[in-house]
Write a protein that binds this ligand. Structure first.
Ligand code: COA
Length: 215
């Protein structure tokens, strides 16, 4: 089922999620280079010979273009996580499959300097609402290496369902790693999505009341 017009900016209570654009390059380079050691051990290695998008503006431009095409094709939806206006992480829906699966995979990272403030769980609830209520997907999956305690806390706090260990599931930092698969379905979202939204996002901002001037 093709979704209708989609929002391109999603708001949590403290985070703003939007696709990255070329104008974000300076912030991207700064945050990704500063967090290199913090992040690379949890990420796939880039294909050999691929230019480093934290050093090359054209490579970052190509990355933004690839994400934009995924968005247009409906195969992926990538968002920068902005906190107080600063690019502080990413959360991405990837590998979107329609047909009988109606599934997307979720990946995320946060700037170490801002870790521990609940920005990723808040972003995950915000993206889940988009996935179930705008994209009308049926299932989201987050796959986590068992020793990644911080990431497991994110999904535990939101009570995503543990579907068990998939052996040597993804190649991370050059090694095939077991992953625990955590999932959330549309039925579960219908049952407790509002609870998650209330807890992590809160009510929408109240409309600004304008006093009518006399005279
Ligand atoms: C996993 C990650 C995305 C969590 O994001 P976050 O916004 O910090 O999430 P939370 O604030 O909910 O913190 C989650 C847990 O991280 C741990 N944590 C808190 N502050 C931390 C810090 N400064 N450094 C390391 N871990 C910290 C705590 O165990 C916390 O759980 P708690 O709230 O029960 O105490 C982030 O740690 C990260 O980017 N890690 C490196 C990349 C990565 O692992 N990506 C995910 C791959 S599946």
């Amino acid at each position: 089922m093709a979704p209708g017009p989609l929002p391109t900016e999603l708001r949590g209570s403290r985070v703003l999620l939007r696709p990255l654009v070329l104008a974000d390059f300076d912030q991207w380079r700064e945050v990704r280079q500063r967090n290199r050691d913090w992040l690379l051990r949890w990420e796939p290695k880039p294909p050999p010979g691929q230019p480093d998008d934290t050093e090359s503006k054209p490579a970052f431009n190509a990355r933004c273009g690839a994400r934009e095409r995924e968005w247009q094709l409906g195969t992926g939806y990538g968002f920068g996580i902005f906190v107080e206006g600063a690019l502080s992480g990413e959360i991405n829906l990837s590998g979107v499959q329609r047909g009988p699966f109606q599934n997307a995979y979720v990946g995320y990272w946060m700037d170490e300097a801002r870790a521990g403030n609940g920005y990723v769980p808040e972003s995950l609830v915000t993206v889940s609402r988009f996935a179930f209520e705008d994209l009308r997907l049926h299932r989201l999956q987050v796959a986590i290496i068992p020793r990644n305690r911080a990431s497991r806390r994110v999904v535990e706090k939101l009570e995503l369902r543990d579907e068990g260990v998939a052996v040597r599931y993804l190649a991370i930092n050059g090694r095939w790693e077991d992953h625990i698969r955590y999932a959330l379905t549309a039925e579960e979202w219908a049952e407790r999505g509002q609870e998650l939204v209330d807890e992590w996002i809160g009510p929408p901002p109240a409309p600004v009341l304008r006093l009518r001037q006399r005279g």
